[in-house]
Design a protein around this ligand. Structure first.
Ligand SMILES: [Zn+2]
Length: 350
């Protein structure tokens, strides 16, 4: 138990009923085997590869030999998503899965950088996913916002294009811009102007950093890019100065433990620095990252974290409150989510 005050035991039932918020969730990484098969049916050249990927997961589980293996898998799914309708189908299935776990608000990342690489029309794809999201949101009551992200190793020009698209669709639910991929090949220094432009265009910003390389990448994302949140940030613990920096500036970490274990960045769940970050008083949010590729979900992350680190209900609530606080939402919408959280709490403990 990490929190001393308001401690109460947590349970699977408490976590199931908790109104949840997920901030680090890739659309492409959410496509489950059933949908992958459906998408592969019409694409003969990818059918065999898809079947062998699914068979590997069934046989070996959700562990990749190394990070590059995972990037290859992400690429396969991205290639299966060929048309705007494919993306719309993935969106509908994802929102249905979120609703089933009582996720009340999610920021879904669309890999616009990958769309550009595939030479697919970002506008047609975004219009399709936004329409699918509006339908599923209305039907299921899950609020959705979008983050468009660029691929670090693809370079500056494609990232600038991603910002243009993200800004163009701000009125239609895009709230933020981010970068992901290979930190070693696309360091923060390259993206200083890009992040400035994103801010100038009214976009919130996040950055995958300190995932595959050391804490200097987190410092650079905070100091040079002025990212509002950090995706992963798992190497922060290697530098007390970086922990202090995150604390001083109130920068939240989007933590995805199963993802880090599945991609081989952390050997075992028990080795994850999540408890260290909580103890240091950092703003921490729990997320699934690529739920279908790692065999998890945000609810599952809460359950695993609670079990693994003996977290109490107050720790679970704290991470949920942090997620609402650092969501890329206007204050009145955050207030509504806080209210839902309070109501859930009161119903259970009044
Ligand atoms: Zn991610």
């Amino acid at each position: 138990m990490l929190s001393k005050s308001l401690s109460f035991p947590t349970s699977d039932d408490f976590i199931a009923k908790l109104p949840k918020v997920e901030l680090h969730l890739h659309l492409e990484g959410s496509v489950r085997p059933r949908t992958l098969r459906e998408l592969a049916r019409r694409k003969s050249r990818l059918r065999e590869e898809t079947e062998s990927w699914i068979a590997d997961r069934e046989r070996l589980g959700f562990r990749y030999r190394h990070f590059q293996d995972f990037l290859e898998a992400f690429k396969l799914v991205s290639l299966l998503l060929e048309t705007p309708q494919d993306y719309a189908l993935a969106t509908t299935h994802l929102i249905e899965a979120l609703a089933a776990e009582n996720v009340r608000y999610a920021e879904i990342t669309l890999a616009a950088g990958v769309l550009l690489w595939k030479k697919q029309p970002v506008d047609a794809v975004f219009e399709a996913v936004a329409e699918a999201a509006a339908e599923a949101s209305g039907r299921l009551g899950v609020r959705i916002a979008w983050i468009m992200d660029a691929v670090r190793q693809f370079g500056v020009e494609p990232a600038r294009q991603v910002i243009k698209w993200a800004a163009r669709f701000r009125e239609h639910g895009v709230v933020g811009f981010g970068i992901g991929g290979d930190e070693g090949k696309g360091p923060a220094e390259m993206y200083v102007d890009i992040y400035r432009e994103a801010r100038d265009r009214g976009l919130h910003t996040t950055a995958h950093a300190g995932e595959t390389v050391g804490p200097h990448s987190i410092r650079a994302a905070v100091e040079l890019l002025e990212a509002e949140r950090i995706g992963h940030g798992i190497t922060a613990g290697e530098d007390a100065g970086v922990i202090a920096l995150l604390g001083e500036r109130g920068i939240a970490l989007e933590i995805c433990p199963t993802s880090n274990v599945a991609t081989g960045l952390i050997a075992r769940w028990a080795d994850h620095p999540l408890p260290q970050f909580l103890q240091a008083g950092l703003a921490v949010t729990l997320n699934s990252d690529d739920p279908a590729m790692f065999g998890t979900s945000v609810q599952e992350e809460f359950r695993r974290a609670a079990r693994q680190f003996a977290l109490g209900g107050e720790d679970i609530l704290r991470m949920t409150r942090d997620a609402i606080r650092v969501a890329f939402l206007p204050e009145d919408q955050k207030a509504r989510l806080f209210e839902e959280l309070r109501t859930c709490w009161q119903r259970r403990y009044a």
